[in-house]
Write a protein that binds this ligand. Structure first.
Ligand SMILES: [Zn+2]
Length: 314
């Protein structure tokens, strides 16, 4: 592992001409060249580990006339340095802006590193609000995994906080939209949308190849609404939060259909006050989704957490 695999000739060509920014350790990420000057850094689909620096997620790198835009900053200062090295190797330009697509650790706990490097950190106010609420718990749960690799990590939120829910930016000549549709994997999750290229960086709204995780903070019902809103953008390329770069059809199969299965099944049982044990007994076996990685570890817990949320809302 830790071998950088570059899938496309453009990325290979860049690799040939640009020196590695850091000697030694390569990032635990695969580079996927999406369009000229637009890259996805695709992380492992398993859990956070010491070896992967908590970079078990996807990130975006966008080359602009005035510098590099990075989408999401990683789970730690050290992870952020790896992302920075990859981004600057791909574009040849320093990271000038970072946009956070969400609240989970690997979306933003690398922010402090990029602040120290002079980058502008951009997020919507709802995202920042929930980052602040979750920061201490996230750092506590990362410590036993990343150990000393978490040293130097500070929970730093955006320096440029956007008050709206749908914002349009011009960054180095690229039109970049940030859309909050609904609370999803976490409250305050957003999508970065490139309307000219029709590319959606969905953050944790979309998981492919692996099962998504419904956490106590997740709202499966509004997550499904947000997913439908992403589809309505009519993207030609989806860079999911987890898994391979994909299209709407695969995102539907691996995220949309699963969320619909959970929401329809769990909601009906909660309205009947069936109880969480009955919900897990009835819905805990879903062979149509067993092809997704992490099914055994996550599916039954997803059912029970989704049920408890619906029950509490009754
Ligand atoms: Zn995630």
């Amino acid at each position: 592992m830790n071998t950088l695999i570059r899938r496309f000739a453009t990325a290979l060509a860049l690799a040939a001409v640009l020196p590695h920014a850091t000697a030694g350790e390569p990032a635990p990420l695969q580079v996927h060249a999406v369009k000229p000057g637009i890259f996805a850094l695709v992380g492992e689909i398993g859990g956070r580990t010491y070896a992967n620096h908590g970079l078990n997620a996807n990130f975006g790198v966008i080359d602009t006339a005035d510098g590099t835009l990075l989408i999401d900053s990683g789970a730690s200062a050290q992870g952020a340095r790896l992302l920075e090295a990859e981004a600057t190797r791909l574009t040849g330009k320093p990271v000038r802006w970072v946009i956070n697509t969400g609240v989970q650790d690997h979306r933003w706990l690398g922010n402090g590193h990029f602040r120290s490097r002079g980058a502008e950190l951009i997020a919507l106010s709802r995202t920042v609000e929930f980052q602040q609420k979750n920061a201490l718990a996230q750092l506590d749960s990362l410590r036993p995994v990343l150990k000393e690799r978490l040293d130097g990590t500070e929970a730093v939120t955006a320096s440029r906080v956007l008050a709206g829910t749908h914002e349009t930016l011009d960054l180095g000549g690229r039109r970049i939209e940030i859309h909050y549709f609904a609370d999803a994997h976490f409250p305050g999750d957003v999508v970065v949308w490139l309307p000219q290229e029709r590319i959606a960086f969905t953050g944790d709204h979309v998981y492919v190849d692996r099962m998504l995780g419904i956490l106590p903070q997740s709202n499966a019902e509004t997550w499904l609404e947000a997913f439908e809103a992403i589809k309505a953008l009519d993207p030609t390329v989806i860079v999911p939060g987890h898994g391979s770069v994909t299209d709407v059809a695969k995102a539907q199969a691996d995220t949309g259909d699963y969320l619909a299965f959970i929401v329809s099944g769990v909601k009906a049982l909660a309205e009947d006050m069936a109880g969480v044990d009955a919900a897990v007994a009835q819905l805990g076996d879903a062979p149509q989704f067993a092809r997704l990685a992490n099914y055994d570890e996550l599916h039954r817990g997803n059912v029970s957490r989704a049920y408890l949320r619906f029950e509490a809302a009754q």
